[in-house]
Design a protein around this ligand. Structure first.
Ligand code: VLZ
Length: 134
């Protein structure tokens, strides 16, 4: 029985999002704004079909995917690079590999207790975020 990510989640802590953004080549002014944000994630999950909508007062980012099916991701409003992405289960975690110009790019989500965790990876940088149910 895989994990159920459905719901609305609010950011409560963030570690090294700055390093992750630098690795993605996000400009200084955008980083200053972005690191102040408290984004919300709305997960919709139906079996292996997901949508994750990350919203904030500054930018919004929607990604939709099915486990195991590669898709084109354009990262619009983030670094605007295109990559080929695929998300797979690793136990109760969902692991995204984003293949493109940036090495070692991807993310992992999992739930522990009532908290949603996110690890964001790009090149040698790792950012960790924790969300609580809204
Ligand atoms: O999350 O890739 O949940 O694809 C933050 C918006 C969105 C703030 C960060 C604007 C998206 C930042 C991180 C401007 C540079 C992300 C995935 C996993 C969904």
């Amino acid at each position: 029985m895989p994990a159920d990510f459905n719901g609305t989640w609010n950011l409560v802590s963030s570690e090294n999002f700055e390093g992750y953004m630098v690795a993605l080549g996000i400009d200084f002014a955008t980083r200053k704004i972005a690191k102040m944000l408290k984004p919300q994630k709305v997960f919709k999950q139906d079996g292996d079909s997901f949508s994750i909508n990350t919203t904030s007062t500054f930018r919004t980012y929607l990604v939709e995917f099915t486990i195991g099916e590669e898709f084109e991701e354009d990262n619009k409003g983030l670094d605007n690079r295109k990559c080929k992405s695929v998300v797979n289960w690793d136990g109760d975690k969902i692991v995204c590999v984003q293949t493109g110009e940036k090495k070692n790019r991807g993310w992992t989500h999992w739930i522990e207790g009532d908290d949603l965790y996110l690890e964001l990876r790009c090149e040698d940088q790792v950012s960790r975020q924790v969300f609580k149910r809204a």
